[in-house]
Design a protein. Structure first.
Length: 267
């Protein structure tokens, strides 16, 4: 297993993460180690550590557009007197119903990133893409509401997402570097936003060479560009994990969360 790196990026090495068929075996091992389980995509199980969070399903009114369903996950033992990290979790594309973001939050993002002890917010994309003006306005207004509701550590605000949500991660991180303090784009296209807008924001990119939907090359090139500009970046390159095998990205996301915590603690 190749460990993610930051600073000078060496030649990228492959990482043979488990695919969806192997995921059930991994969960059995995790359960023996005392971890919990949560139903995952395709009937599989995703390992999780720590107590189960409290999840609420709500709606947020976007001015001039209408209601946006969203879910918020509050960590077990949440203390309103203690600042907590905040995670914006952006779902991928696909056939969507109400609280589609919640589905992916509960199956992937929250279990993998539970070590951050964060409040997790998972909206449903209000249009067909996270990069639209409506999505931008609606999501950022929702986050302002979250800041008013929960005690959030403004030095620990992460945006992450998969595929369509990975594209959204690049978008929100470069568009709002004054709000977010970390980004983990997964299987997402970087787009045309200027990467120098990220400044010193730590970014951990996760992408598979076997991705036949979103090409590997642009993600690798974006990581190189951030590194060459002196930014803080890590790149996890996976092998033999297809775009739709989301379970194959879970362990990498957990490792990226640990890396992000190290970056925050080192500041």
């Amino acid at each position: 297993m190749a460990a993610p790196v930051h600073g000078r990026l060496p030649p990228l090495h492959g990482r043979e993460d488990f695919n969806m068929r192997a995921l059930a075996t991994a969960v059995v091992v995790a359960a023996l180690a005392g971890l919990g389980t949560l139903p995952g995509a395709g009937g599989e199980l995703l390992a999780q550590a720590g107590g189960r969070p409290n999840v609420e399903h709500l709606t947020f009114e976007i001015e001039g557009h209408g209601e946006m369903p969203y879910a918020v996950s509050v960590p077990a033992g949440y203390d309103p007197a203690t600042p907590h990290a905040l995670i914006l979790a952006l779902h991928p594309g696909g056939k969507q119903g109400s609280y589609y973001g919640s589905l992916h939050m509960r199956q992937m993002f929250e279990p993998a990133l539970r070590g951050l002890n964060a409040v997790v917010v998972a909206p449903d994309v209000p249009t067909r893409r996270w990069t639209s003006d409506v999505s931008d306005r609606g999501v950022m207004a929702l986050l302002d509401r979250i800041l008013e509701t929960y005690n959030i550590d403004r030095a620990r605000v992460l945006v992450t997402g998969f595929s369509l949500g990975g594209r959204g991660t690049w978008f929100f991180a470069t568009r709002h570097p004054d709000f977010f303090t970390g980004a983990i784009p997964i299987a997402g296209r970087p787009g045309d936003e200027p990467l120098d807008a990220l400044g010193g924001m730590p970014v951990h990119v996760i992408h598979s060479r076997a991705d036949d939907v979103v090409p590997f090359g642009p993600a690798e090139a974006a990581a190189r560009e951030i590194e060459e500009a002196g930014g803080t970046v890590a790149f996890t390159a996976l092998d033999r994990v297809g775009h739709y095998a989301m379970g194959g990205y879970v362990r990498s996301l957990r490792d990226a969360g640990d890396w992000m915590l190290d970056q925050w603690n080192g500041r």
